[in-house]
Design a protein around this ligand. Structure first.
Ligand SMILES: [Zn+2]
Length: 130
């Protein structure tokens, strides 16, 4: 009975963690809690856990197309996997991509390799004021 209850909770939790926008942070020194100001913004229609596993694998194999891996290797900074959080849950793919692009472009520095979805420049003053 307890097991069934847990499974249902897990399912609910997994469902909740799908279609998410996430923030991944770095530590500026290995084995240190001093934070690096860099942040990585990502979106996935799958769960945060699955996406993080892919990022971890990318870091392991020095994937030059992965913004987390590139920053971790170039700066010798450590990825705070445990600090990775779901910032927003957005079901609609286009809305999620727009939200991701707005967040990336509103931050002073991210380890993202691109700005995400190309937004009409008319939005820039609004994004800059966020
Ligand atoms: Zn860093």
């Amino acid at each position: 009975m307890t097991k069934k209850h847990n499974t249902e909770n897990d399912k609910k939790q997994n469902q909740f963690n799908k279609n998410v926008l996430t923030f991944v942070h770095f530590s500026s020194l290995s084995n240190s809690l001093s934070f690096c100001s860099m942040v990585y913004i990502g979106e996935t229609r799958r769960t945060l856990d699955k996406r993080l596993k892919e990022h971890q694998y990318a870091v392991k194999r020095h994937d030059e197309k992965n913004g987390i891996a590139v920053h971790a290797w170039n700066s010798n900074h450590k990825v705070n996997w445990l600090e990775a959080k779901v910032k927003e849950r957005v079901e609609n793919y286009t809305r999620r991509r727009i939200t991701e692009a707005v967040v990336i472009q509103s931050l002073p520095s991210t380890s993202n390799l691109d700005n995400g979805l190309e937004l009409n420049p008319t939005w820039q003053p609004i994004i800059a004021s966020l």
